[in-house]
Ligand binder design. Structure first.
Ligand SMILES: Cc1ncc(COP(=O)(O)O)c(C=O)c1O
Length: 481
């Protein structure tokens, strides 16, 4: 049943993955079936045992199979529709943003507390850390009363920078100097500082497609142009297409999420991350690495940001506490070895420094171990919510609907039948008390017209379930007229 082609340039483990998924798609391997043992598969496919292991681990990461201790790997029960496919195969042109007014309407929906919040990607709300943070903030105010009302230094509170550096060491074994970190007003300012440190007006910036609309607004408001690069829901940016884009356009920088991108929820496997870094070096293009979801992988692991892979590529990594602890604190950071002086200069020029009280509170939240405990209890809630959402979509949406398979974070990306216009669905959903994010806003040319993003990052309740059922009913109705 299985054989790989050693002359083919595709990695052998990827060929093993393809062979297995083909067998799953055609029904030869069904949910609950055990995959051949590593040894057996290695003999049948004519590849080494480590290659088979790599393929099985990757299939587990994609949630197509699960490993059972002392027993082997089994095909998972998929309570969901087919996986969404990349929409692009050709290199696109750099373009300005076309959907500003829709973005504004989406933000109005997001900010309306009376709506069921399926439009806002706010994972920290799924299990708020509010009580602990309030307690710590009171303590900080009592102890550092006057100081906490003053300015923080430009790079930010040393205690917080030290904790962030320690977090990298503790979770991925990477040594970052606190002086290579600049605290910012959320992840959005981190992206702004990083982008302005490496590019200026008129430059071309490569982005994933689909991508986070906040990046598109930023690129547009700085007078830059975005060029989209095909992004695969399982492997992230397609590096062969990226190379063609570099050959064709004078790309100054890339803005990519290597871990849990928004909206696809994709995490680049290590080989692709390394290929990406190799291309950045070869073409001398800078990378602004959006890592704001980095701590929210469902399996509790943290991927190593591309910046720390030991290459000479120019990379600035952006993080934030908005997705893990408190979006209202507006605290994020940039890590950069090469550009810290430039980032500090820009920080001073744009916003002087970030709120000290919030920084002191977060520093203590991390130092006490509360942050790590909070992450440990937040990610299983997000995983459960994602499974519930996938199951409801499978039950209530038309069977042609395709979805992403998030391996972390808080959003699900859906491709609806072609006839369904997500902007009209958005308007009707707002009328019915539900916010969603229509696909249009995730591309500068507003091309994802029959796509939408739903968030599972809020406490799950009956209203959430009713809202998903209502959306499914609307999509079925529109698809059949
Ligand atoms: C991918 C991505 N990057 C950056 C941000 C901005 O983060 P912050 O809210 O910390 O400014 C967001 C917020 O939604 C996001 O989804």
């Amino acid at each position: 049943m299985l054989n790989v082609d050693k002359q083919n340039d595709t990695f052998l483990y990827r060929q093993v993955i393809e062979l297995i998924t083909e067998n799953m798609d055609t029904g030869t391997l069904l949910p609950g079936d055990r995959l051949p043992s590593l040894r057996k598969m290695s003999r049948t496919a004519g590849v080494s045992i480590p290659t088979v292991r790599q393929a099985y681990v990757e299939l587990e990461r994609r949630r197509r199979v699960e490993s059972r201790p002392q027993s082997g790997f089994y095909v998972r029960h998929q309570a969901a529709n087919d996986i969404v496919r990349p929409t692009r195969t050709a290199t696109l042109k750099p373009v300005p943003l076309r959907c500003r007014s829709l973005m504004e309407r989406v933000y109005d929906g997001i900010n309306n507390p009376d709506l069921v919040p399926l439009g806002i990607a706010n994972p920290s709300m799924a299990k708020p850390a509010a009580k602990t943070l309030h307690r710590i903030m009171k303590r900080v105010m009592a102890r550092a009363e006057e100081r906490s009302l003053g300015y923080a230094s430009t790079l930010g509170e040393p205690a917080l920078r030290r904790q962030i550096a320690y977090h990298y060491l503790d979770t991925i074994g990477v040594q970052v100097e606190p002086d290579e970190i600049c605290i910012t007003n959320g992840g959005q300012e981190a992206l702004l500082l990083a982008l302005t440190a490496v590019a200026s007006k008129g430059d071309v910036i490569a982005v994933e497609t689909p991508t986070y609309h906040g990046m598109l607004e930023l690129i547009d408001s700085l007078g830059m142009l975005a060029v989209e690069v095909e992004t695969c829901p399982e492997e992230g940016v397609v590096t062969s297409v990226l190379e063609r884009t570099f050959d064709k356009y004078p790309v100054k920088a890339c803005m990519f999420s290597t871990t849990l991108g928004n909206p696809l929820g994709v995490t680049m496997p290590d080989v692709d991350r390394e290929r990406l870094v190799g291309l950045l070096e070869k073409y001398d293009v800078a990378l602004i690495e959006d890592d704001v979801y980095g701590d929210l992988r469902f399996d509790g692991q943290r991927s190593v940001p591309a910046q720390f892979l030991g290459s000479k590529a120019r990379i600035l990594t952006c993080g934030s506490f908005s997705k893990t602890a408190a979006s209202g604190y507006r605290i994020g950071w940039v890590v950069t070895r090469n550009y810290i002086d430039e980032v500090a200069r820009l920080k001073r020029a744009f916003s002087c420094s970030s709120g000290l009280l919030q920084q002191l509170t977060l520093a203590e939240f991390m130092a006490s171990g509360d942050f790590a405990r909070h992450l440990k209890s937040l990610t299983p809630v997000l995983q459960r919510n994602s499974e519930r959402m996938l199951a409801l979509v499978a039950e209530h949406f038309p069977s042609e609907t395709r979805t992403s398979r998030p391996v972390g974070g808080s959003v699900l990306w859906l491709e609806l039948p072609k006839k369904v216009n997500a902007e009209q669905l958005f308007d009707d959903a707002i009328g019915a008390g539900i916010s969603i994010s229509p696909g249009h806003i995730f591309s500068p040319c507003a091309c994802y017209k029959n796509f939408m993003r739903l968030s599972f990052g809020h406490p799950w309740d009956e209203k959430t379930e009713t809202a998903i059922q209502w959306l499914g009913h609307q999509v079925c109705k529109r698809a059949s007229t």
